[in-house]
Write a protein that binds this ligand. Structure first.
Ligand SMILES: [Zn+2]
Length: 139
């Protein structure tokens, strides 16, 4: 009768940083995904406003004086820069989601503590916890 002689498991991993629970990670993922959806809706809205402004300009520019045309161009430029900044925020959230999967997201870069879920949802690009952030701002 042969028994497996040695079943020692040497599966000890060195712990380099605290870990989040799966539930917490999922909560962050949910918050980030909701944020991304919100931003996407905002982005779509802005895009359709830009299209509308453009259409306005094409349809009734004949009767417009110089000032009107100028205002509309400015409005359109503002909408475009708004759209770009929303797009940037969407990219930030998507990067955050990627880093979350890799386990490198949501830790304070100063003290190493987990950044609260609510803060991450509000500021996906946050790299510090509120305490550290306040300390830094007070300098
Ligand atoms: Zn901190």
């Amino acid at each position: 009768m042969a028994k497996p002689a040695d079943t020692r498991t040497a599966g000890r991993k060195p712990v380099t940083k605290p870990t989040r629970s799966t539930a917490e990670t999922e909560k962050i993922r949910g918050a980030l995904a909701a944020r991304r959806d919100e931003l996407r809706a905002e982005y779509d809205q802005t895009l359709s406003e830009i299209t509308e402004l453009q259409r306005d300009r094409l349809t009734d520019s004949a009767g417009d004086d110089q000032a009107d045309t100028g205002t509309k161009t400015l409005e359109r430029e503002q909408e475009i820069s708004l759209a770009n900044s929303i797009l940037e925020r969407i990219t930030q959230v998507e990067r955050a989601l990627e880093r979350l999967d890799e386990g490198g997201y949501g830790w304070c870069e100063r003290c190493g503590n987990p950044i609260p879920v609510e803060r991450l949802a509000a500021f996906p690009s946050a790299t510090q916890c509120v305490t550290c952030k306040q300390l830094e701002e007070r300098r």
